[in-house]
Each structure stands twice: as C-alpha cells, then as structure tokens.
Design a protein around this ligand. Structure first.
Ligand code: ZN
Ligand code: ZN
Ligand code: ZN
Length: 170
C-alpha cells in the first residue's frame, strides 16, 4: 500500500516499497547489483561456477568436437529458423553458434545451465521433427547427444527426461 500513488523508481527497484521491475537494471556482468536479477550473459566462470551469480557452468570440452559441431549446426538452423522460432530463441541460438565456433577453434568456452537447457530443448524438438518426417537415420545421430544433454541439464523437466528416454531407446 506504500506506493498507492505510484512507485519511486530507482532503475529497476522502487525506493519506497522495494518492488522490482524488469527494466533499468544496473548490470555487473550477469547480475543486477540493484535487484539481484540474473541474466544469461556476462557470466564469470571459475572452477565450474559463476563467481557473480553462483550458477553452475560447464566447460565446452564436456562435449567432443564432433558433438560440438552438431550443436553448432543445429544452432545455426535455429538462428535462421522460420516463424516457429521466437526472436529470443534466435538470439540465444546465435550466441551459441559463436560459442561453438570459438570452442572448436580454441577448445575454450563455457556453457551455463540455461544454455544446456536451451540446447536440449531445441535438439529434442529438431530430432523429433526429423523422426516424424521419416528421416530416422538423420535424427539418430543426435541420440547420444540428447542423452548426454538431459543428464547434464539440472532444469530438465520430467517430460524432457521421458522424451529423451523414448527417443534414444528406439
Ligand atoms: Zn513502490
Ligand atoms: Zn535490477
Ligand atoms: Zn553468472
């Protein structure tokens, strides 16, 4: 009730009642120093964790170079995807295209849990569409990668795990 006649915004946070809004953040890498919100950008990986937000980070070399290039190819497809793919997804895919290129050249790069979750969702969507289109041989090359991704994915939903099991047991 404190702000019945309007909040007094200081960037993303109201000075009077403490309410936060999703604009005017003051980013330090991945984390807003005013409200504490975390974005999937500017993480500072060190020893498997981001030192700013504490999120788990995986080195790109958890994937073989073959797997990494499969991921890169798929992200390129998503980036150029049609209307079914949202702008946010396209932007995320484009970041991951860069990451997979960098990883294949220097062997370096880090993936956040949000990245892992995004890749597993996209790859399952893509592989199941291929399977549905009767291109089972083509979708089969993603099976090992799907299994691996879902195991790494702390945010995998039960449906995603079930789908991964179904797809990879065929
Ligand atoms: Zn307020
Ligand atoms: Zn903020
Ligand atoms: Zn972070």
């Amino acid at each position: 009730m404190a702000c019945l006649f309007g909040h007094k915004w200081n960037g993303c946070k109201c000075e009077k009642c403490g309410k936060a809004r999703d604009e005017g953040h003051n980013w330090n890498g991945c984390k807003c120093v005013t409200c504490g919100m975390v974005r999937n950008e500017g993480h500072q990986p060190d020893n498997g964790r981001c030192t700013l937000c504490g999120g788990k980070m995986l080195r790109a070399d958890v994937f073989t170079s073959e797997e990494m290039s499969l991921i890169g190819e798929l992200m390129l497809t998503i980036q150029g995807g049609g209307q079914q793919v949202g702008e946010k997804e396209k932007a995320h895919a484009s970041e991951l295209v860069k990451l997979s290129l960098q990883a294949s050249i220097t062997g370096d790069g880090w993936l956040s849990q949000e990245d892992i979750n995004f890749i597993s969702r996209m790859i399952m969507m893509y592989a199941s569409a291929l399977g549905g289109a009767g291109k089972h041989a083509e979708s089969a090359k993603y099976n090992t990668l799907i299994k691996k991704l879902v195991e790494m994915d702390e945010n995998a939903t039960p449906q995603m795990k079930m789908m991964a099991n179904l797809m990879t047991s065929l």
